[in-house]
Design a binder for this molecule. Structure first.
Ligand code: AHR
Length: 501
């Protein structure tokens, strides 16, 4: 019998809300159509942001939004996206689909979007093709509250007060699309560029994000840390607040990727096996970072993660538009459980991407909108944001799967906030329900405050514009409480949340 032992008296650290962060790039229909339709659109909007999408995103309590890329960031020149929209430069989005980027969504529009969402801001600067001056002036434009050329320009463009930049990425994937740099070269460039990311408001310092590795490129992490670290710990912190990690799950590898909706059981397990690999990556990159930052002040920011399948047939391959099934719900559930359990080092994570791209929360088609299974997982898991991680462990869990793609049948994390314990559980089996015995430490009778599930008997189940609620969050009732013991029966292919006090 599988057993989950929870010690609610042992807190293991705070789960940063930013682990539940999102990423929005100028890619395909993420920004344009997905989030921003312009003030003159027939689609209901507030200052150009579509109301249905913003309202849905508010329900998952987005803590932080990363923008404008991605690979796009290292080709983005922010001055093209300010001022009179009719006069803004048009360009070709060479990375993503070769479409015209008219720059109608720029800095002011981004801050309007995050105002409506009520979330923190993560701006990714251009190191790959931009100058130090350009990056430094962007920071001045956004955050300086005084008389200066950039602050004056911002005011001319209608914004008197500075905005708050919470996180600033100094380049993106500079080992690849962001300039094909070596770790030592990037490390030196990082040292230089970050110097000019000024803190104009000392009460609201900008946290700087250094470009970290792709997947298992430990050589990159080591080289960048080594190059950047010759400061005292006091100087180092504030110089580098985060280092990133990017990891995508391609069931059939980078070249083939694999269909989002048409897969067999072997590929189901292969996908989950590959998703679980994020824990190995976190452990190994953290071990390198520990050598320079044993106090764990530099956060690991997994600011691109999720599934990356072959795009939907008939769509622009450069738009990375894919469907989202119960399998994506499991990938989200187990990845977030892993991030929670590593909250001592993982302090931010941004799933790629928020709308219409890769493992999205929301898909749109003209004026229609659907919430994906991944959306519903983020909705359930929002209770972990800012909560205290509790000590918990699973025993008696079977290994399941096919061939080399064996995975533990269950996965979990547990946290506490405002006296309520949130337990999130995943049953990775494509076919079998699983009984689980949950044991809490305190000798008292616990009460279930709420319990929800995202599941479907069919591992391919997904929502469409014609059938938008095939997979959704539903009440979960397959549990029995007996004092400090709760027995549950988790359906196959399920992500479950049980909250007790
Ligand atoms: O999310 C899509 C792309 O994946 C991003 O632009 C890039 O950073 C990564 O390679």
């Amino acid at each position: 019998m599988a057993k989950l032992v929870i010690n609610e008296l042992k807190k293991e650290g705070t789960i940063a809300p930013e682990i539940y962060g999102q990423f929005s790039e100028h890619l395909g229909r993420c920004i344009y159509e997905g989030l921003y339709v312009g003030e003159d659109s027939d689609i209901p909007n507030v200052n150009g942001m579509r109301t249905d999408v913003v309202e849905a995103l508010k329900e998952i309590e987005v803590p932080v939004l990363r923008w404008p890329g991605g690979c796009f960031a290292d080709e983005y020149h922010w001055k093209d996206g300010i001022g009179d929209k009719a006069k803004r430069k048009k360009m070709i989005n060479t990375h993503w689909g070769g479409v015209v980027e008219d720059n109608s969504f720029g800095t002011h529009e981004f801050f309007e979007l995050v105002r409506q969402l009520g979330c923190k801001t993560y701006i990714n600067g251009n190191m790959g093709s931009g100058t130090v001056q350009e990056m430094s002036e962007w920071v001045e434009y956004m955050t300086f509250n005084g008389v200066s050329p950039m602050a004056d320009l911002r005011k001319e463009n209608g914004r008197e007060e500075p905005w708050k930049v919470d996180y600033f990425g100094v380049g993106n994937e500079n080992w690849g699309c962001g300039g094909n740099m070596t770790p030592e070269f990037y490390g030196n460039m990082y040292r230089r560029y970050q110097t000019y990311v000024r803190n104009y408001d000392p009460k609201n310092p900008i946290a700087k994000v250094c470009c970290g590795a792709n997947v298992d490129d430990y050589h990159w992490t080591k080289g960048v840390m080594e190059t950047c670290y010759d400061h005292t710990p006091e100087q180092f912190h504030g110089f580098m607040d985060f280092i990133s990690l990017h990891y995508y799950v391609h069931p059939e590898g980078w070249e083939i990727k694999g269909s989002a909706t048409d897969f067999d059981e072997e590929v189901w397990y292969k996908t989950l096996y590959k998703a679980l690999y994020i824990e190995t990556l976190i452990n190994r990159h953290s071990a390198i970072i520990d050598q320079y930052d044993p106090e764990k002040k530099v956060g690991l920011s997994v600011d691109e993660w999720g599934t990356w399948f072959t795009c939907e047939p008939g769509t622009n391959p450069g738009f990375l538009y894919q469907q989202n099934t119960v399998r994506d719900a499991l990938v989200a559930g187990l990845s977030l459980n892993i991030f929670n359990k590593h909250c001592d080092r993982v302090k931010m994570a941004c799933i790629a991407q928020m709308v219409n791209v890769l493992q999205a929360m929301i898909l749109t088609d003209g004026e229609k909108m659907i919430k994906t299974p991944t959306y519903h997982v983020f909705h359930m898991y929002r209770h972990h944001q800012g909560a205290e991680l509790l000590e918990s462990s699973l025993t008696g869990v079977d290994e399941i799967g096919e061939g080399e793609w064996k995975v533990p049948e269950l996965n979990e994390s547990v946290s506490m906030k405002d006296g309520i314990i949130t337990i999130t559980l995943n049953n990775l089996s494509a076919t079998d329900a699983k009984e689980l015995d949950i044991q809490l430490a305190e000798d008292k009778t616990f009460e279930v405050v709420e319990a929800n599930v995202v599941t479907n008997d069919d591992m391919h189940a997904h929502n469409t514009f014609d059938a938008p609620e095939v997979v959704k969050e539903e009440k979960f009732t397959a549990y029995k409480v007996n004092g400090n013991n709760i027995s549950v029966k988790l359906p196959a292919c399920s992500v479950v949340e049980i909250r007790v006090k």
